[in-house]
Write a protein that binds this ligand. Sequence first.
Ligand SMILES: [Zn+2]
Length: 159
Amino acid sequence: MDEYVSNRKLRWKMMPQRKKIIEHWNQYRDLLGNTKYGDLKLDDSCFACGDILRLERIHIEDFAVTKDDSLNNLNVLCARCHVESEHYTREGYFNWIRYKRMDEYLDGEDHYYKRLEMSGLLSWASSLNDEEASKWTPETGFEKFFDVKIKRNENRNQT
Ligand SMILES: [Zn+2]
């Protein structure tokens, strides 16, 4: 393994865990702004859009420039928002995230339906009768089942 790769892996391990980042930013929520549901406590979901899938620790200011792995420079975003956020400097980032939270934030259930819709499976899901639908709850793996399908679709669309 070359030095660069092993250093990167080590750094990734040393970086604060998601839980720590969430705890930290719960104290500075005013910087992130209210969601359209009001001032929600941060939990293990994307700070910008509220999604709970494919969460990543992200640098507010580019690590390559700042070499800053401190809590002050880290946020939790989903992969999709991470890509979007990369256009911004620190000030721009906070403007962007305040806009996202106010305009595009969804709670867990809304995300769930949005993903169903995007996957093209919403019409199938809504064709289920109550008894069939009750078998597919998040507890029994409904969400997991769709996540797999949706991820496949997303991967296909990316290539
Ligand atoms: Zn997001």
